[in-house]
Design a protein around this ligand. Sequence first.
Ligand code: 3PG
Length: 208
Amino acid sequence: MADLDQFPVIPVIVIDNANDAVPLAEALIAGGLNIIEVTFRTAAAAEAIERIANKFPDMLVGAGTVVTAEQAQRAIDAGSKFGLAPGTDPETIAYFKSKNVPFIPGVMTPTDIQMAYKAGCKRLKFFPAGAAGGTKMLKAMCAPYSNLGVKFCPTGGVSLDNMLEYLAMPEVFAIGGSWLATKAQIASGDWAGITQQVKDALAKAAEV
Ligand code: 3PG
């Protein structure tokens, strides 16, 4: 099973053209990141995942914004090694579990945490991290669950400027962000810019 704790940073990708998938993955790998979250928000997502999984078998390619069991099936069939969602849906969690593929459901309340934990998830996405109150909210919310072994990936409003606040928390295993490879950069083929952003983020993460 994929080890999701290896990388402190997860690039959240919205891709419109599957032809961009391989050069994009190359740009991330060149920057030092062997992980990618391709969100299921575009028609190209499944094909993009398939191309990355075929070309870079060692890359941890995951599907994001997986909100139904049907999408979960398509994501896994395409080669996703993990999945994420902004929220917690028991059917989607159950599908990933049945395939033995790790899934990171989104949480923003204590009830969400308990639902996800009950369904067997110990890696959770704190979303939308910034708007929900950032580290102050996360610290307060996860304090009662310190004995459960749950860890969080804050996403939504995370940037190069604030990522260290999150990564400094022992309960945070990674942060996610779309700034690492924006839609505009992918569309214009700014692979060098993406590689540089990844390097900057990993250098920052190493400061923890
Ligand atoms: C997500 O899907 O995880 C968020 O849209 C990413 O949030 P960001 O654009 O603020 O990084």
